[in-house]
Write a protein that binds this ligand. Structure first.
Ligand SMILES: C[S@@+](CC[C@H](N)C(=O)[O-])C[C@H]1O[C@@H](n2cnc3c(N)ncnc32)[C@H](O)[C@@H]1O
Length: 301
């Protein structure tokens, strides 16, 4: 028997009811259209549990998201972090989610929120997709998954902000943490690699002198020395936030010099201020290769 076209088999009240359903649900059945997510449903590496709204907002505020940011949520679920980043902070954002039905749901949610132009979702595995252009990474995963991602995160551009709901990064201490309604979130700022040996040029009196600076680094913490005119002095008050680096040295005569600069690959430069308050430029070039940002075998500072 030949199939009757829809218009011929649909009559009277039944036809009207069907028409209403078509309008109400957009019966054009695209992937996941009627999919109802269940809290705790299995995911590839972790189940789906949404981050509460208040914490989403706090996480994005802690990361200081601005319209210049590109926020990537790893395992984006129903899309709420991505949508909030666009809707409330005017950023661009991407969600990477393994479950295609959740991707379709997030896309519908973004459309409903009117942010679909700047909120994108892709189906993919967070361990395979390239998210290196993100300026902010958010996640709500598991401790083991955070650790699997740690090396990739540390390779991102210095200054990239990483925010995790609930789970930390083991030895990589957070730069900040918050608790909202009993739930915690952590912020890390990807540090530049400042480790290794540097040839440092700095003004001393009327001269520019060259010194050797050695730095040991563990994530955003570092310690080191400068060998200056035959004396070795320790770096003090060390601070590394993204690419910005600061330290102080006290010279043999008790004079203090404060260095504030930035690390850009194998180059460090900035300003050094002396005891008289005057500032001058300093510059350093790394000698040899940069060591790893974290060495599990290295002693603590
Ligand atoms: C705990 S939920 C968090 C959802 C969302 N980020 C939030 O905070 O509301 C984790 C999400 O990661 C997804 N997921 C699990 N393993 C994944 C993988 N390898 N790649 C991409 N997504 C994954 C799950 O399907 C789930 O939606």
């Amino acid at each position: 028997m030949m199939r009757q076209p829809f218009m011929l088999v649909c009559r009277g009240v039944a036809c009207a009811a069907l028409a209403v359903m078509v309008l109400a649900f957009g019966v054009v059945s695209t992937l996941g259209e009627e999919f109802e997510p269940q809290v705790g449903q299995p995911g590839k590496d972790v189940v789906w549990v949404p981050t509460p709204d208040a914490l989403v907002e706090r996480m994005l505020r802690m990361a200081q998201v601005t319209p210049e940011d590109y926020v990537v949520d790893l395992g984006s679920g129903d899309g709420k972090i991505v949508i909030a980043a666009v809707r409330d902070f005017n950023a661009r954002a991407l969600g990477i989610e393994y479950n295609p039905e959740m991707v379709a749901l997030a896309q519908r949610n973004a459309k409903q929120a009117g942010v679909e132009e700047r909120a994108r979702f892709i189906q993919g595995d967070i361990f395979e997709e390239d998210f290196s252009s993100a300026t902010v990474v958010t996640m709500y995963l598991l401790p083991g998954l955070n650790l699997r991602l740690r090396e990739t995160l540390l390779q991102m551009k210095p200054g990239t902000r990483v925010v995790s709901h609930a789970f930390d990064m083991s030895e990589w201490e957070p730069d900040e943490s918050v608790t909202v309604e009993g739930r915690s979130a952590y912020l890390w700022i990807v540090p530049a690699n400042a480790g290794g040996v540097w040839r440092l040029s700095l003004p001393l009196g009327q001269e520019i002198v060259t010194a050797t600076m050695s730095i040991r680094q563990q994530f955003q913490e570092f310690a080191g020395t400068i060998s200056l005119q035959g004396t070795e002095v320790a770096l003090q008050e060390t601070r590394l936030v993204g690419a910005r680096i600061e330290f102080v040295i006290i010279e043999a005569g008790g004079e203090q010099r404060r260095f504030i600069g930035s690390v850009d690959g194998d180059l460090m430069r900035g300003a050094v201020s002396g005891p008289d308050g005057r500032t001058a430029e300093f510059r350093a070039e790394r000698v040899g290769v940069a060591p790893a940002i974290f060495d599990a075998a290295a002693p603590d500072f």
